[in-house]
Structures are given as structure tokens and as C-alpha cells.
Design a protein around this ligand. Structure first.
Ligand code: HEC
Length: 231
């Protein structure tokens, strides 16, 4: 009896330690966005299928084509019923090119709901903080951050995994949602400048030609009026 309870206490203590060490109070363990073969939060937050009916996560604030070096305000929206505490993890990575799978651009938190961790793979992962796990509305919540687009001109993919927790301080009976969003690079602002400079002589020529032909047009009524004066 004594031995059994000792074993039970030890087991409890050990699993307790395991749970505590598995959960970083400042956010989920890096590398759980579901992108590039990564697992999602469902590894630990079990109980429902991934992307179960009744909720969704979306990434807002990005154009189809990003301007190189431009700053964008990204927002991750999570909608899920009966959520008490929620969290997310997001990574921005190159979808193509020689740097495929590496971080694309830089992400900065804009408030204390969001923080950044670096994974063992050296990549930047954005996630909720303790403050950021509280809901902004009963059925939905959001996290905002700033993304500074890269200047390499390659396509970027954002992967997000979000967890709608029931607030029981355990990873069980939670709902996990994932989403991804790809954006292509638009022409770089420098590219536009170069284009404008090389087109400048042509534009000048066109302006000159335009003013000459319009000068010709304004002289036409004069010719007509002089003719009508002759009649
Ligand atoms: C390695 C296991 C593990 C992974 C992976 C994991 N979590 Fe957790 N998480 C836990 C544990 C354990 C708890 C409960 C302990 C606690 O709250 O301190 C927890 C609690 C939470 C809570 C509080 C929820 C509640 O109901 O109490 C949120 C929010 C959360 N995790 C978000 C995430 C998100 C988002 C991901 C994926 C990006 C994730 N976690 C991945 C282990 C994990």
C-alpha cells in the first residue's frame, strides 16, 4: 500500500515535471506550425481532429504581392466556440529559391500579446505570451505583429497553427487549427527607380512631342477664323 502510493506519487511528480518542462509559460515549443513537415500543437493538445468543424484560423493584412522591404501589419485571427485560453505559432519562410525553408523577412511584436522564440533550427517563431492567451472576445481572438518583407524577391509562405484551449491548464480537449498563406514578391522599389530613370529621356521626348502637336492644334482655330474672316 505504502509502496503503491509512493510509486503513484513519483509517477505524478514525474509527469508533472514533464508537463511543466514541455510547456514554456511564455509560449508553445518552437517548430509546431505544421509547415515544412513540422508537427502542430496537436502533438500535445489532443482530443479533436485537426481543423475540426466550428472554428478556423486566418492570416490577414498581406497583399498578393509584397513590396520588397515594406512593413506590413499582420494579424492572426482565431475563431472557435467556447475558447477560454488561446495561442498560436507562426513562421514566415521562403517557399522557393536557394533559401527555401529559411526565415523570410523579419517579424516584430507590436504589443505584449506576442513574442518571438528561436528554435533549435535557428528559425524565428512568433507566438502568444501569457497575456496574449486571454481572449479578446468570447468566440474569437487575434494577435498582431509587424512583418518587414525581405528584399530578395522570392515567394514567401506563412504557416500558422493555433490552439483553442478550454482553460483547464492541460493540453487535453483543446482544438487545433492550421492555415498557410503564400505571397509573391512584387517589383522592388529600386527596380521602379531604375525603370523610371531609363525611361526618363523617352518621357521627355514624348512630352516635347506632345507640346508641339498641341501647339499645332491650338493654331488650327486661328487658321479657321482667319479663313472665315476672308469669307
Ligand atoms: C510538447 C507539448 C506541447 C506542444 C507541442 C504544445 N503545447 Fe501548449 N501546452 C502544453 C501543456 C503541457 C499545457 C498545459 C500546461 C500549462 O498551461 O502550463 C499547454 C497549455 C497551452 C495553452 C493554455 C491552454 C489551456 O487550456 O490551459 C495554450 C494556449 C497553448 N498551450 C498553446 C499552444 C499552441 C498554440 C501550440 C502549437 C503552436 C502548443 N501549445 C503546442 C504542451 C504543449
Amino acid at each position: 500500500m505504502g509502496i503503491t502510493s509512493t510509486v503513484m506519487a513519483t509517477t505524478l511528480a514525474l509527469t508533472g515535471v514533464a508537463a511543466i518542462s514541455a510547456f514554456n509559460p511564455e509560449g508553445p515549443p518552437p517548430g509546431h506550425t505544421g509547415g515544412f513537415g513540422e508537427p502542430t500543437c496537436i502533438t500535445c493538445h489532443q482530443g479533436s481532429d485537426l481543423n475540426a468543424f466550428g472554428g478556423r484560423v486566418t492570416i490577414e493584412g498581406l497583399p498578393n504581392e509584397y513590396v520588397q522591404g515594406e512593413r506590413y501589419l499582420l494579424t492572426v485571427f482565431l475563431e472557435a466556440e467556447e475558447t477560454d485560453l488561446a495561442g498560436f505559432q507562426l513562421a514566415a519562410r521562403y517557399r522557393t529559391g536557394g533559401e527555401e525553408g529559411l526565415n523570410a523577412g523579419k517579424i516584430h511584436p507590436v504589443d505584449d500579446r506576442v513574442a518571438i522564440s528561436i528554435g533549435t533550427n535557428g528559425l524565428q517563431y512568433v507566438h502568444q505570451t501569457r497575456q496574449g492567451s486571454y481572449m479578446s472576445a468570447p468566440d474569437s481572438t487575434s494577435w498582431s505583429m509587424e512583418w518587414i518583407a525581405p528584399s530578395t524577391g522570392n515567394s514567401v509562405v506563412f504557416h500558422v497553427a493555433a490552439n483553442s484551449g478550454n482553460g483547464d491548464n492541460s493540453p487535453l480537449s483543446d482544438l487545433v487549427y492550421t492555415a498557410d498563406l503564400s505571397v509573391d514578391a512584387g517589383p522592388s522599389p529600386l527596380g521602379w527607380r531604375i525603370l523610371l530613370f531609363s525611361a526618363l529621356p523617352l518621357l521627355l521626348l514624348m512630352a516635347l512631342w506632345g507640346s508641339r502637336s498641341s501647339a499645332g492644334r491650338t493654331s488650327a482655330p486661328d487658321a479657321h477664323s482667319s479663313r472665315s474672316a476672308n469669307e
